[in-house]
Ligand binder design. Structure first.
Ligand SMILES: NC(=O)c1ccc[n+]([C@@H]2O[C@H](COP(=O)([O-])OP(=O)(O)OC[C@H]3O[C@@H](n4cnc5c(N)ncnc54)[C@H](OP(=O)(O)O)[C@@H]3O)[C@@H](O)[C@H]2O)c1
Length: 321
């Protein structure tokens, strides 16, 4: 079968290649809580290149040879002895955290706890765009940010993958007002943002800093974001949730977070319902879907690493001879 493979640290946009590798062996008695998946589509996130280029070596060393990708959508081909939630032929999607990395491949073994059923009406390419970015934003708002119906929120990065899902989620769950920063104002509005500040023209801290926000969700980074956010946030009971970190403060409102991926029965299941009921929609980079070939995986990583992608970079993993 084909899979994307990188053998040592380096820039994936230059060294990642698609190779012939062994299809994973699957023994239902050994891989008791896992399924064998025929991968339909897989998507990548910034963490994929940060692992492969060595930026995260200290706390997430790459398991070389590495096949990148956490996000996946596909069809169950075999189930482990203790798998209760899925059967052969089910369409599933998820964030395959354990074993870490793997999904840019024709077949993978995945833990059932990372998966849930694919929303009806979504293709594998659409479903693969959801898990990591969607789960991160779901958890940022509801588990770390204290979001509730009526909350007023600001998303720094309204057209990042995580930011787009946060805007849609906040609107679906009854936010009183959603503001964001984005250079593509119309795109951010298409996700439901009520107010969009073009960060290339205006300072969102100055524009919106009236101390009335319950939550600032940070998907871009930079010390200045925290300084600006302090102008937006209410003094009491508000939160600044960051995916990027990098600020040292004892302010109780500041919360760094890491996505909890093994939530196929809970958080991902809630997201599934929101996509199935069309309250949220997939956000796909128009240059995709990419193919599972060396040139195409390198092009996909190059687009992701540009920090200018407009949507998720998704790979169609159906390989035709
Ligand atoms: N902690 C966690 O568990 C976790 C989980 C997921 C992601 N992350 C991190 O979160 C960050 C975002 O990831 P992502 O996948 O959502 O990003 P992404 O989709 O790759 O971000 C690309 C987007 O960023 C926008 N952008 C760039 N600079 C901006 C700025 N100064 N202000 C506003 N928008 C800007 C770009 O729009 P323009 O074209 O307008 O520049 C583009 O639309 C990454 O650092 C990632 O590693 C962390």
């Amino acid at each position: 079968m084909k899979a994307a493979v990188q053998k040592e640290y380096g820039n994936p946009a230059e060294v990642l290649s698609v190779e012939d590798v062994e299809k994973p062996s699957f023994d239902a008695a050994v891989s008791k809580t896992c399924v064998l998946l025929k991968v339909g589509a897989a998507s990548i996130n910034p963490i994929d290149y940060k692992i492969l280029d060595g930026s995260l070596k200290g706390f997430l060393p790459a398991p070389f040879p590495s096949t990148p990708g956490f996000d996946v959508a596909g069809t169950v081909e075999a189930v482990g002895a203790d798998v209760t939630r899925f059967k052969v032929g089910d369409r599933v999607f998820g964030d395959n955290w354990n074993p870490m990395f793997s999904t840019l491949s024709e077949y993978i073994v995945a833990k059932q706890e990372c998966l849930t059923n694919t929303p009806a009406d979504l293709s594998d390419v659409e479903a693969a765009s959801i898990p990591l970015a969607g789960l991160t934003s779901y958890q940022a708002l509801l588990k770390h940010g204290g979001f509730k119906e009526g909350s007023k929120i600001f998303v720094n990065g309204g057209t990042t993958a995580t930011g787009s899902y946060a805007i849609q989620l906040a609107k679906a769950l009854g936010a009183s007002h959603v503001a964001c920063s984005a250079s593509n104002v119309e795109l951010a509005k298409s996700f439901g943002a009520d107010t969009v500040v073009n960060y290339k023209e205006k300072d969102w801290g100055e524009e919106l800093g009236d101390g009335s926000y319950d939550l600032v969700y940070e998907t871009v980074g930079g010390k200045e974001s925290w300084d600006k956010a302090l102008k937006l946030l209410k003094e009491e009971g508000s939160a600044f949730v960051t995916l990027v970190g990098g600020i040292e403060t004892t302010d109780a409102r500041y919360k760094g977070m890491m996505c909890d991926n093994a939530t196929g029965e809970t958080d991902l299941e809630e997201l599934r319902k929101l996509f199935e009921s069309k309250k949220m929609k997939p956000y796909l980079e128009p240059s995709g879907p990419y193919k599972l070939t060396t040139d195409s995986v390198r092009a996909g990583f190059e687009k992701l690493q540009s920090h200018r992608a407009k949507g998720k970079i998704v790979f169609d993993c159906n390989v035709t001879a």
